[in-house]
Write a protein that binds this ligand. Structure first.
Ligand code: ZN
Length: 286
């Protein structure tokens, strides 16, 4: 199933995609919530109720609604640095022996079609196409063998990064460099895990103004999805709706010669096989 969060009459809703339509789930089944996190908190039973709505006629056209980040208010947005071997090489970093974990504030999140806003305090804003895992069933000390059972689904993400903050500030301000408002576009859909199967064999691309900048496959992940879930959950309990950005492949702007940074008017697309295309435009410094 492809699920979305969207705005209708200024209210947040969740929907099920059917062709070019959205089934408004809380209209199709009044027992369903209007918030994706609340749906995921219902566990597998919630998704079964969604599945039962597939024939409903409470529909809207996708093109007529504003899509939001699939999970609007996750408790955590966890990210992984240096998780593609060839991206490590282009960044001049050694292969990590354990996952390099950082985070973004949930206030970074934006949906498909929303703007990435360049802040006045950075001149080196970069793109990073990433597979994003959406946690379904929470847990602590999740075993690697069980980890994929905790995944509700997947979406496309752009881990937008101000390199002059991430690398140029004392100590390296990873959190702040990754956390300017609008630096976390995700979407357009949450594609449920049953439709994806193995998340370790998906082609992932980033295009800037139509030009391919990143083109790789999640089989290049140094630490695959199940290892990341096991690693993080030994420290922090994972909760329904938590997002896990799994790292970016080679081709980021800072590693190019000359470097390429986002400019007002740019169009950025992240495409992941079987998940979709996340498109965002870049607007000038505010
Ligand atoms: Zn990243």
């Amino acid at each position: 199933m492809k699920l979305v969060s969207f705005l209708q009459d200024d209210q947040m809703r969740i929907g099920l995609i059917r062709g070019d339509e959205i089934i408004d789930l809380s209209k199709a089944d009044p027992g369903l919530p209007t918030c994706m996190k609340a749906l995921l908190e219902m566990g597998p039973a919630g998704l079964e109720r969604v599945r039962a709505c597939a024939g409903a006629d409470a529909t809207l056209l996708v093109q007529n609604v504003r899509l939001l980040s699939p999970v609007r208010h996750p408790e955590k947005v966890v990210c992984v640095g240096v998780n593609y071997a060839d991206h490590a090489a282009e960044s001049g970093m050694a292969l990590p022996s354990e996952p390099v974990i950082f985070n973004k504030f949930p206030t970074t999140l934006r949906g498909h079609g929303d703007e990435i806003v360049l802040p006045p305090t950075s001149s080196e804003v970069d793109y990073e196409a990433e597979l994003v895992v959406v946690i379904g069933t929470g847990g602590k000390n999740i075993r690697k063998e069980d980890a994929l059972h905790h995944v509700a689904g997947y979406t496309c993400g752009n881990d937008v990064s101000a390199r002059d903050w991430q690398k140029g500030k004392p100590g390296g301000q990873w959190l702040l460099g990754k956390s300017f408002d609008s630096f976390g576009p995700t979407g357009p859909f949450l594609v449920t895990a049953d439709e994806i199967g193995d998340p370790g064999n998906l082609r992932i691309c980033c295009r800037l103004n139509g030009k391919v900048m990143q083109d790789s496959c999640t089989d290049q992940l140094i630490f695959p999805v199940e290892e990341l879930i096991a690693y993080v959950s030994q420290v922090a309990s994972l909760k329904p709706g938590d997002l896990l950005f799994t790292g970016t492949p080679p081709g980021v702007g800072m590693a190019r010669n000359p470097a390429v940074f986002l400019q007002p008017g740019d169009q950025v697309e992240v495409e992941i096989e079987r998940i979709g295309i996340l498109q965002n435009s870049v607007v000038g410094r505010r």
